[in-house]
Design a protein around this ligand. Structure first.
Ligand SMILES: *Cc1c(COP(=O)(O)O)cnc(C)c1O
Length: 220
């Protein structure tokens, strides 16, 4: 069941800051996605490659699909032909594979680098040192990749001070590298904020929020 009122109020809210909405539809049926589509939503996010492929075939072609999950190298080639943006790129090895497959399909793949901002060990992502090595030493080799921004997930906690601090950290890294110039590199996107913390994320400079349960209801 789609919450149309919540969708409309989030859309109105995001308009004031120019923040983009990715509707996160993982585990939700095609009918729900179509319902939001009919209200005008075009950008959807999924976490699992097979689930995405299964749903995509039943939905309109002009949907822009975002991959927001943890991507395994061996699944990259299935996404490259159609995916709009890959959010969670968290290793050089994965970047190399995306580059290789993108070359095969003759496209330049837009990616966001996932940065580890939460204190939980389980969240994936580059740390600051890895990020600077990537930018200064490694990135120029990957001609079929375009890094257009950063993505982060905050610690799951009620401590809003901590969440705000983590988002601010991502924003400051974004600022640090926004002057960095390379042909396959131009930062414009900060993907941060989910159902529970999107307002904080926007206050801290998010340009793209990934919202699931507020729109589609809780996942089972
Ligand atoms: C599931 C998921 C979301 C959406 O989470 P909600 O709390 O349902 O809004 C956003 N980002 C990522 C990476 C996710 O895995």
């Amino acid at each position: 069941m789609v919450n149309k009122e919540a969708y409309q109020s989030i859309i109105d809210e995001l308009k004031t800051t120019g923040t983009k909405l990715v509707a996160v539809s993982k585990t939700k049926p095609v009918e729900d996605i179509l319902e939001l589509y009919q209200l005008g939503q075009r950008e959807f996010g999924e976490n699992y490659v097979q689930e995405l492929l299964d749903k995509k075939g039943h939905l309109p072609d002009d949907i822009l699909w975002h991959f927001i999950g943890h991507l395994q190298s061996n699944k990259v080639k299935q996404l490259i032909p159609f995916i709009h943006l890959i959010h969670g790129v968290d290793s050089y090895k994965l970047l190399e594979e995306i580059n290789k497959q993108a070359l095969k399909y003759g496209r330049v793949m837009d990616c966001l680098l996932q940065v580890h901002i939460a204190e939980e060990e389980t969240k994936f992502g580059f740390d600051e040192l890895e990020l600077s090595y990537l930018f200064e030493e490694q990135l120029h080799e990957l001609k079929n990749i375009r890094i257009i921004g950063l993505m982060g997930m905050s610690t799951l906690t009620d401590d809003t001070y901590k969440v705000r601090y983590e988002f601010a950290k991502l924003k400051s890294l974004f600022n640090k590298y926004s002057h960095f110039k390379a042909i396959n590199f131009k930062l414009s996107v900060i993907s941060m904020g989910m159902s529970g913390d999107y307002r904080l994320a926007i206050e801290e400079g998010s340009t793209m929020v990934r919202i699931g349960s507020l729109l589609f209801g809780k996942r089972g």
